[in-house]
Design a protein around this ligand. Sequence first.
Ligand code: MG
Length: 525
Amino acid sequence: MRFLFVILFLTSLNSCKNLNPNDEITFADNVVIAHRGAWKQHGLPENSIASLKHAIALNCTGSEFDVRMTADDVLILNHDNVYHELLIEETNYEELAKFRLSNGEVLPTLRDFILAGIKDNTTTGLVCEIKTSKSKERGQLIAKKVVELVNELNAGQFVASYISFDYDILKRIIELEPQAKTQYLNGTKTPEELHVDGISGLDYERHVLLDHPEWIQSAKELGLTLNVWTVNNQEDMDVFLANGFDFISTNEPELLFERASASPLNSGYKLVWSDEFNYNGKPDPTKWTYDYGFVANQEKQYYVDSLKNARVDNGHLIIEAHKEKVANKDYKNAEIKGWVKYKAEIDTAQYTSSRLKTEGLVEWKYGRIEVRAKLPKGRGMWPAIWMLGENRKEIGWPECGEIDIMEHVGYDNDTIHGTIHTKAYNHIIGTQKGKTIFIENPNEEFHVFVIEWTPGKIDFLLDGVVYNHIENEHKTTAEWPFDQNFYLILNVAVGGGWGGRKGIDDSIFPQQMIVDYVRVYQKLN
Ligand code: MG
């Protein structure tokens, strides 16, 4: 009874205080910030009350808007500093408001916009961008007036964040309202600098963040909120979703909702390792190492680590096979015996290529391994994305186990193979467990190759479709050696036992496998 009384008391206190009909807002549990409102799909004007209301209707966690101040100190919404060829800061509101927005709406004042945003809204935070003003002093004045207006309207709890390119505006907001959340937009401060200055988060342009993956990590460690603008295509949405961003600002909120629900994070995965290849030159040596020379399968390529054969360029890892002669360092090497003896019998290799691996650097037991790639084209090519058990050097193959996430042979261009090899199931004795799936245009378009590997099964997926499912039969490690760490290998072979079955077309070189990213997710407790 006393408990009930307290609740009634608090409720009544709250309703006296509030001008708006909602007692409370709980920001929706998603990452979607509608950039200048949700305007695009319905042809609404940006920064309009209609676009705000549509963002609320979509259940976005936030709706962003741009605040400027007229010559007669009226706070209004507009992105550019000019409205119908009138400089906003040098024109009175009355003059500006003669021009309506394209949907007939009156040029919104911040007051009317906030009043619309606190009505019938229990989910969508206001993300208030204060635009840089013509002078620092005026920027400070605008910050003060915005905070005063928010307080007058008792709308503080509806403001998810104040954002600005002007660092001093954010500092002023914090002085005026120490509880306010702030995010810097300009991309010129490290997370450490923001943290020291008491800024709550960063909201940087997507390229800035792609170029500084270490900032994503340090922002998380410092407890800063992570936001990115303006992310409008599926690929970019996926990378920021994978990296666990708190918020993503977009002109395409409907698409972002779709991508968020398709994200592995939505099924409990966390990204534990990745290479997005957003750098240039040699593959990151902290992530990748190489195999050299002739390796296996009577393949004709000689593996090297030159930039020509393995490089990162334009956001992609390129593994490139060339037709070129190179001397075999193992020629007449008496140490090489047994079934790989052919490696010592060839004096000159006719092709070069690369084989990258994570062996000795990082290995995983279970998880979702996801690789987006385009494949080389032509008879004789044999690209693969695959894994070997980390105990291979101790116990050998096939006892160590092998998981072929993607294999492709050039003479059968529209087929992808996903296979496991173990002591009990392997291609030497014809018992490997593989399945195939048709692939449309593997050479010019990227496709996503995935395994989802748990203690109970390994599923092989192409573009989200499961085409091979391996159950753990719970017998011995001869059938299931997959309860141990495996490392990842990316390679382009030329010829060999399978890839060369129908010969090698020497007119096709050079040929590339182009890898957009490698992401490894695991379910962590
Ligand atoms: Mg903006």
